[in-house]
Design a protein around this ligand. Structure first.
Ligand code: PRP
Length: 179
């Protein structure tokens, strides 16, 4: 059976994203006044959010990236995470802010936090654009949260379906259609 997909509707508009990202940037800048922050993006979904967020942050910041993937099928994470690319920077004694596009089960961040906290950063916090709290299987302390969203298949603004839709300016809900 072939599977098609279509965008069912817009969930969060471009302008809502822009103003929320600005608020998050201001909050982060206040909290880290006088400090330098390393923004750690988890590839690839966080790239669009991180690029916009960084430009709303007024304290000095660095950007670094990690790539992790979870074992399992396309829709359900198994809880096992494999690291594909590590950070370039040494984070010992530094302020680290993990920047994510979405937290679902929390498995990815649980593993990333475990690995990064073992490197003794000065602070380690999480900033996510989207939070699907109803799907959480492990507790993740989120310092900065853009939007709580329902359990729908969301795409756009960095989030993909089969690598497509990452370049949409808004967050949409995708509908899969069996043909
Ligand atoms: C997505 C998202 C998070 C993770 C969240 O990444 O960017 O990293 O899933 O799910 P979890 O809370 O259940 O672990 P994905 O593996 O789709 O890769 P991508 O960022 O390259 O799209």
């Amino acid at each position: 059976m072939a599977q098609l997909e279509q965008i069912e509707r817009e969930l969060i508009s471009e302008s809502k994203i822009r103003s929320r990202v600005r608020e998050l940037g201001q909050e982060i800048s206040r909290d880290f006044d006088g400090e330098t922050v390393i923004l750690v993006g988890l590839l690839k979904g966080s790239v669009v959010f991180l690029a916009d967020l960084a430009r709303e942050i007024t304290v000095p910041c660095h950007m670094d990236f990690m790539s992790v993937t979870s074992y399992g099928n396309d829709t359900e994470s198994s809880g096992e995470v494999r690291f594909l690319k590590d950070l370039d920077e040494d984070i010992n004694g530094k302020n680290v802010l993990i920047v994510e596009d979405i937290i679902d089960t929390g498995y990815t961040l649980r593993e990333v936090v475990k690995v990064l906290s073992a490197r003794n950063p000065k602070t380690l916090k999480i900033c996510t654009l989207l939070n699907k709290a109803s799907r959480r299987l492990v507790e993740i302390p989120v310092a900065y949260n853009g939007f709580d969203i329902p359990d729908a298949f969301v795409i756009g603004y960095g989030l993909d379906y089969a690598q497509r839709y990452r370049n949409l300016k808004y967050i949409g809900i995708l509908k899969l259609i069996e043909k």
